[in-house]
Design a protein around this ligand. Structure first.
Ligand SMILES: [Zn+2]
Length: 161
């Protein structure tokens, strides 16, 4: 069966092209798109979790530093048009995915989740959990209950982040 959503496509437009070697232009010292970001500085500035801070944003990538307290996590959701990946920078995080897949990741681990798979991410450790998330704009999120633990809520069914 072909559904409307499976026929839909997403396109992006890259309107600003470099014409040759160019010195970087930085619009803001606080980001996104600072030349150099120290994670420890962001953590100190943001204060107690939960929080998220956009680090890099352009036409093809949205990179976000996300902090979760013990027991905290995301709202389970899936993406229609991009695969998402993360690098864990601290703590112990658990990913619950569509299809009965559950695993834990710790500092320096890289996690990749293909489009369509619901991902419910929770801090299952006792320390602050930090992860760097890489998504693609416009990064539409579609809420869906977690297949593993059943978590759901009454928040928006779709959102852009
Ligand atoms: Zn996601």
């Amino acid at each position: 069966m072909t559904t409307e959503s499976s026929r839909a496509t997403t396109t992006i437009v890259i309107s600003h092209l470099a014409t040759g070697p160019t010195a970087p232009v930085v619009s803001s010292a606080t980001g996104p798109n600072s030349l150099h970001t120290r994670v420890a500085d962001v953590v100190a500035t943001m204060g107690p979790p939960p929080w998220s801070k956009r680090i890099i944003a352009d036409e093809r990538q949205l990179v976000t530093l996300i902090a979760s307290p013990p027991g905290g996590g995301n709202r389970p959701h899936w993406h229609r048009d991009f695969d998402e990946w993360w690098m864990v920078l601290g703590g112990t995080l658990e990913w619950e995915l569509t299809g009965g897949i559950v695993f834990r990741a710790t500092k320096d681990d890289i996690v990749w989740v293909p489009r369509g798979a619901v991902h419910h991410i929770r801090n299952v450790g006792t320390d602050l959990a930090l992860r760097l998330a890489v998504a693609m704009p416009p990064a539409w999120h579609y809420a869906s209950p977690c297949e593993q633990c059943g978590y759901s809520d009454d928040g928006p069914r779709e959102w852009c982040a």
